[in-house]
Design a protein. Sequence first.
Length: 501
Amino acid sequence: MKKFFILFAILFCGAVEMSAQGKFNERPKLVVGIVVDQMRWDYLSIYYDKFGKDGFRRLLDQGYSFDNCLIDYVPTVTAIGHTSVYTGTTPAFHGICGNNFLVDGKIVYCCEDKSVKPVGSDNQKDGAMSPVNLLATTIGDQLRLHTDFRSKVIGVSYKDRAAILPAGHSANAAYWLDKKNRQFITSTYYMQELPQWVKDYNKELVKHNGFKEVGENVGLYPMAGQITADMAIAALTGERLGQGNETDMLCVSFSQTDVIGHKWGTRGQHTDEAYLELDKDLARLFKALDEKVGKGNYLAFLTADHGAAHNNHYMMDHKMGAGEWHSADIRSGLEKHIASTLGNTKNVVKGIIDYRFFLDHKEIEKQGLDLQRVKAVAIDYLRQCPHISFVVDFEQAAMAPIPPVIRHRILMGYNFRRSGDIIVCPEPGYYEVGQWSSPVGTTHGEWNPYDAHIPLLFYGWKVPHGSASQEVHITDIAPTVCSLLRIQQPNACIGGSLRFD
């Protein structure tokens, strides 16, 4: 009898230990990251009463909301936002310093890669893309490393950068839309031929009457969101995501909201329609997840890459400070000022991107000029321009006599090899306009709350219902997901893991 009790005790303790180990390593079957391009945080309350119960409201009514999530760097643009969500860090470390930035002395597009070719299209311009310029790992990379690459990671979006950068270096695939040929494509970075399920979906896409009608302008219509959601659902089925022994990840970005916002602004019929239709698309996606993975078996989060300012004319009509910042005029005046001050100089400004000034170092040297002197003259001119709050030499940013909160965001957004030489911060309500700008539209890129305050919602596996009002940051998303998955944070992560209190 004594031996029996000893044996029973050993077996019982072993069972308890195995149970504890099982709980420690328990993970969801699937992680779904959702980024809504240009979504301001206040859209959640503006549209709440118009949303159905199965889209945004499922996240709000059943999930957890961090109501004060801020972007803690500048500039606030698409490529940086998507990258920061999934790496848990900022341009200073992950190197994606804008949609366009400096690499080896040349201004390049964030995902361009001339060493790869498009797959699923002959459109070299839109298809030769990869994460080659990304310097840090993502959540998906860490998940793949943790599981010896048994986990699947897939990125899907209308925009190439919104599919590629979230999915990371080691993703199984990233798919984006070739608008010209009405097809989802990828590149030889990932594969040599599209999977059959993508080919099948593309056949249906070519027949899409609405897509045929609007053609390459599809991003201006809510149907781009429908197409993206359908592609995500097709990936869910085609790749059997969440059906294996390891946790998989699906990164979905809805980009039509950004295109529509740039064209029509933050308020009005077109933006209303975009978000109400997106709500339906999210409901369809969640329904598919419930059916294929199981409610409670997947972890989802929803956020944005940046917000947007209210249209400046709209603000002025209501007697609030706002206006336009014309970079082309600023550049022309700056070139003339440098020439009149330093002699017969020309073409010393390589470009202005997202309120950052890129000086042409080679041209400055060729003309026998001193770079520091050129910068000083440029800064002196920019400080005389109206409606600019701060002008900062990137190399001196750590000591700049500006408010600490602005200085911190400038430093977090600065990569000395890629970010240019000088950054300016316009007055609140003022933003850059150009020949591409819509008189009723908007843009983004600044430190202000309208650009930097974004939604952050978690839902599903191990997520309680609730909300928190403390300040958190876009860089906290990746470490929070990694903590829930019990995997290592991305290799340049600087954010902290959030608690659902």
